[in-house]
Structures are given as C-alpha cells and as structure tokens.
Design a protein around this ligand. Structure first.
Ligand code: TXA
Ligand code: MG
Length: 331
C-alpha cells in the first residue's frame, strides 16, 4: 500500500511541496480542470515516476504546465495563431500542441520523444504558486491510474492510488473541488488546419472567435498511431459497465440523470437538475465515481445534448463505454 498525504494548501505546505518538486518527487496538484500528478519536467528521473505511478504507457506524452507565456515560449514555437490563442485563453483550460523548441531542456520522456509539445497555463492559484515558487516547468497528466476516471478532488486522487505499491509517499495538495471538472481542451496547431484533439470546456465556437473558423474535432483513433497518443479509446472508465443515452434505467442500474425530468429510480444522481452543461461537467467524474461504489450491475447515463461542453461530456462518456475486450493490444 502506498502512503498518501493530503496537505491543506497553507503557505508552509505549498513551500514544502515546492521543495519536493525540486527534489524530483511527485506532488498531486489541483488545477481548474482536474487534479494533475506533477513532476519537474526537466528531469527524466522525476518524470519516470509519473509513468510508473499511473502505469501509463511511455508512448503517451505529458502536458507541460508553465507559469506564463514567456516560460511557455522557451519550450514551444508559437505562431501568430498560437500567440493569439494563448492571449485569449491563458491562463485557463486550454492546452496547445505546438512544435517543440529543439534546444530546450524538457525531458524527452515527458514528450515521449515527439517533435511537438503540449503546453498549458492553468489559472488555478495553487498550481500557479507551485510553478512560480519552483521556477520549474511541471509535467502533469491527470492524477489517476491510466484509463481510470480523472480526479476532481484530493480524496479522489488518494483513492485512485491507495492500492499502488511505491517506495515514496505521495503528497496531494488539497484545493477543493475542481471548478471545470473535465480535462482541458487540446488544440493542435502543428498541422495546416487547427484540430481539436480533445474537446473540453473551451468549445469549438470559442476557438473560432480567434481562429476565424470552427476547428474540427479529431480525437481520431488510428489505435496504432493515435494523433493524441493518450486518446486511447478506453479511458475514463468506471469499474462498472456504462450505458449512454438511457432514458429509462433498468433495475440493477445506477442512473446518472441530467435535467429536470423526474425519476423514482434508485440509485439516481442528477448531473444538473436545471440542465446546465457546465454544472454537469463539474459533477461528471465525481458522480460516476460515487455511483461506481453502489451495489449495482451497470451505470446508465441520460442523454446529454451534443453542444458546447456537452461535446466534451459525451466524448468522455463514449470512451468510458468501451469494453477492455474491444481494445485488442492497446492498453
Ligand atoms: O486538464 C488537463 O489537461 C489535465 C490537467 C492536470 O492539466 N491534464 C491532463 O493530462 O488531462 P493527461 O496526460 O491526462 O492528458 C493529456 C493528453 C493525452 O491524451 C496526451 O496524449 C496528449 O495530451 N498529448 C500530450 N502531448 C501531446 C503532443 N505532443 N501531441 C498530441 N497530444 C499530446
Ligand atoms: Mg488523463
């Protein structure tokens, strides 16, 4: 069993966490999207612990978190378009995939050896404090075991890793519940046409205000060479099988409802009684986890409108429905 410490986000604890990061250790940190498992992005050794703890395949690169645009420009090559996106949406829930700046010192392991790099500037004050105090770029994927649901609270991080065997303890800085609740939108600007690799809270229409056109979404899986290597088909999976677009749940199912339509089914949780997609996104992972703990056969989810952040919610739900058997050799 792994020792997990949840730390209140006092200035002493933030200073302590900063020194852990500088020493090459892992710290789980809150961001506005989901909790991240952070390590010094300049150190292969520190980064390798992320892959080990998450049991993440090493071909799957990590997002590099920076404190500001000046730091991000040390690691990525920014076109005018990239600069415009950065100015419009950073700090915030957007990740930009850009050409990698060749002479920069980001761990090759963190980039999975690619010529491109995924960069993000979070708006979360605790993430920002760690980036500022350490002066380091931080590699930070979502703080969950590979393929599982991303954590939106410190407790969820702890639960995900508690059965793991690791020598070093894991420190988690508690920043409360994440306000967005879904991982950042990933926009690839390394191709002729901008492409959304992962839908998120920043919707295609929002990006269109800067890009001049609505970027297509291509989470596209050629499983042999996924464009966003982490967009494996199975992801975000609860332990129970998941059914989507269910209006009338059956006995033995846990129901994840959305909107004001009443139901007397039990157990039921409602992502948003008033049918608000932002609220639903913020609740999604926590509610899936909570239903997953019930004595049920499967989880049934009500239809979610395919607009705005609903695109991102449905993307995560579809991945969570993929059974391990359908996956062949990808893990
Ligand atoms: O909201 C988020 O983005 C959270 C917080 C912690 O920042 N992080 C997160 O990281 O979701 P992760 O590792 O769970 O997902 C990052 C995704 C993966 O699908 C990965 O394959 C993709 O970003 N990615 C990373 N570098 C890439 C690159 N150079 N090109 C294409 N995709 C890349
Ligand atoms: Mg993840």
């Amino acid at each position: 069993m792994m020792t997990v410490h949840i730390l209140e986000s006092t200035s002493e604890n933030i200073a302590q966490a900063t020194s852990y990061l500088k020493d090459g250790r892992l710290v789980a940190i809150p961001t506005e999207t989901v909790y991240g498992l952070a390590a010094n992005a300049l150190s292969d050794d520190a980064v390798s612990q992320i892959y080990a703890l998450k049991q993440r395949p090493q071909f799957n690169p990590l997002i590099i978190h920076c404190v500001d645009l000046t730091q991000a420009q040390m690691y990525g090559v920014f076109s005018d378009q990239a600069l415009a996106c950065a100015k419009a949406f950073w700090p915030g829930p957007l990740t930009l995939v850009l050409p990698f700046k060749k002479d920069s010192s980001i761990s090759e392991l963190a980039r999975a050896g690619l010529e491109t790099i995924a960069l993000r500037i979070s708006a979360h004050p605790i993430a920002r404090a760690l980036l500022e105090h350490s002066g380091l770029p931080l590699a930070a994927p979502s703080a969950n075991p590979s393929e599982r649901i991303s954590p939106t609270s410190a407790i969820a991080v702890a639960e995900g890793f508690e059965n793991q065997i690791m020598d070093a303890p894991l420190y988690i800085l508690d920043g409360g519940a994440c306000t967005v609740g879904l991982e950042s939108t990933i926009l690839d600007l390394t191709t002729d046409q901008p492409i959304i690799l992962r839908p998120g809270c920043i919707a295609p229409e929002d990006l269109a205000t800067i890009l001049g056109q609505i970027p297509p979404i291509n989470t596209g899986h050629d499983p042999k060479a996924p464009k966003s290597p982490g967009m494996l088909k199975r992801h975000y999976a609860p332990q129970h099988p998941l059914r989507i677009n269910v209006e009338f749940p059956m006995a033995g199912q846990g129901f994840l409802n959305f909107g004001p339509t009443p139901t007397d089914h039990a157990p039921t949780l409602n992502l948003s009684l008033k049918g608000d997609l932002k609220e639903a996104a913020a609740n999604l992972f926590a509610y899936l986890k909570s239903l997953d703990k019930e004595n049920i056969q499967s989880i049934a989810v009500a239809p979610i409108p395919e607009t705005g952040i609903g695109l991102a919610i449905n993307d995560r739900l579809k991945r969570a429905t993929t059974s391990p058997q359908a996956l062949g050799d990808q893990s």
